[in-house]
Design a protein around this ligand. Structure first.
Ligand SMILES: Nc1ncnc2c1ncn2[C@@H]1O[C@H](COP(=O)(O)OP(=O)(O)O)[C@@H](O)[C@H]1O
Ligand SMILES: [Mg+2]
Length: 358
């Protein structure tokens, strides 16, 4: 029985460091801090979007939750149970309640198995009697808006979207509670992406599923996720309701990411943050900058930002933000920065404009 007062998934100060080995002795010479103190909860039936540039640690979060990576530090609780570094027994149980859908629909499917076989395997593993398998596979195909014609097809006969539907059906076969969706549409054509998202929404409603939805495509998040967490270099920089984060991003990193998405309505245009170009490349998680780890790319960085790591602070209207600039002392100044477009400005010009605004 799920205790409704407790989040279905609770991640507390999760860390995943990968050792870097060097030299002929293959000694550990450092660590890739892929996930460096990440905390969030997801309530049953909700969707949390985890967004951020490639390399920010999103996939590592999901893979650690599902037990594909050993946890370096922190705790993961699922439905009240501590599942950090699960035992084999816990892992078996977990596989029937938590499933993952990966970015590449092709490599997730066995090329030598027909669709029917691919879907029958998890059903059998769950102990569904042979006499029922046929009906259950048919049912799964219908759930993902395919039909029995697909039964004998091999993966190479399917489009990317169809393959991803089969992957989703396979995840659903065990009747999970939580799906970890790691960029499930980013290998697909735009028109197909929208259909897969619509399917995921329908399935969520029908089965009361809980989603961790990982993406770097922000345009998919706005109407889909209840909450959004913005990840940068292994840390969550901002987390709030999707509406808050999209309409009023506070962290300079969120502002930069969100100002880059195309707007589709006048309302979105009105709320869109001014163009705040993201400078340079994401630094290596092997060598995380001191202080605020975003300071090397932040147009607002002060001396404080280079030395002191900002806390993850709740602000009055709900979201949490990890930023020195956006604390009590600076908030008013930051809020008064007019939403003028600096489109096309060079970094130096942007700095200059920012300085003038301060
Ligand atoms: N198995 C691994 N071994 C070493 N480094 C890894 C491994 N998996 C991911 N990383 C590194 O961790 C960082 C975060 O990767 P990832 O979680 O894939 O980010 P994202 O999904 O946000 O693109 C990257 O620098 C990546 O190279
Ligand atoms: Mg990834």
């Amino acid at each position: 029985m799920t205790d409704m007062s407790e989040p279905l998934l609770s991640v507390d100060d999760l860390k995943k460091y990968f050792p870097v080995k060097g030299g002929i002795l293959k000694r550990t010479t450092g660590h890739v801090k892929a996930v460096d103190g990440v905390s969030f909860d997801i309530n049953s039936g909700d969707t949390l979007a985890l967004i951020g540039e490639s390399g920010s640690g999103k996939s590592t979060v999901a893979r650690t939750i599902i037990g594909l990576h050993e946890t370096t530090d922190g705790t993961i609780r699922f439905d009240g149970e501590d599942i950090t570094n699960p035992s084999d027994e816990q892992l078996t149980h977990l596989r029937s309640r938590v499933q993952m859908v990966f970015q590449d629909p092709t490599s997730s499917l066995n090329p030598r198995r027909t669709v029917g076989k691919s879907l029958a395997v998890p059903l059998k593993a769950r102990g569904v009697p042979s006499s029922e398998i046929r009906d259950r596979v048919s049912e799964l195909l219908v759930r993902v808006e395919l039909n029995d014609e697909y039964w004998n097809k091999y993966p190479h006969e399917l489009s990317g979207g169809q393959k991803q539907r089969i992957n989703i059906a396979r995840a659903l076969a065990v009747q999970p509670d939580l799906l970890l969706l790691d960029e499930p549409t980013s290998a697909l054509d735009v028109s197909v992406q929208a259909k897969i998202i619509a399917l995921l929404e329908d399935l969520q409603e029908e089965f009361g599923l809980t989603y961790l939805f990982i993406t770097h495509d922000l345009s998919l998040v706005r109407n889909f996720a209840d909450e959004t967490a913005v990840m940068y270099l292994g840390e969550i920089q901002e987390h709030g309701s999707t509406e808050e984060v999209f309409h009023r991003p506070r962290h300079p990193y969120s502002r930069a990411l969100l100002s880059a998405i195309p707007v589709t309505s006048a309302e979105e245009e009105a709320y869109k943050p001014r163009h705040e170009p993201l400078r340079g490349e994401i630094p290596s998680p092997r060598d995380v900058p001191t202080g605020c780890r975003f300071h090397t790319r932040c147009p607002y960085a002060t001396d404080d930002c280079t030395t002191a790591e900002p806390d993850f602070t709740a602000i009055a209207s709900g979201p949490h933000v990890r930023c020195h600039i956006y604390d009590d002392a600076y908030r008013d100044i930051f809020d008064e920065i007019p939403d003028v477009a600096v489109v096309g400005a060079t970094d130096d010009e942007t700095d200059e404009i920012t300085q003038m605004e301060r």
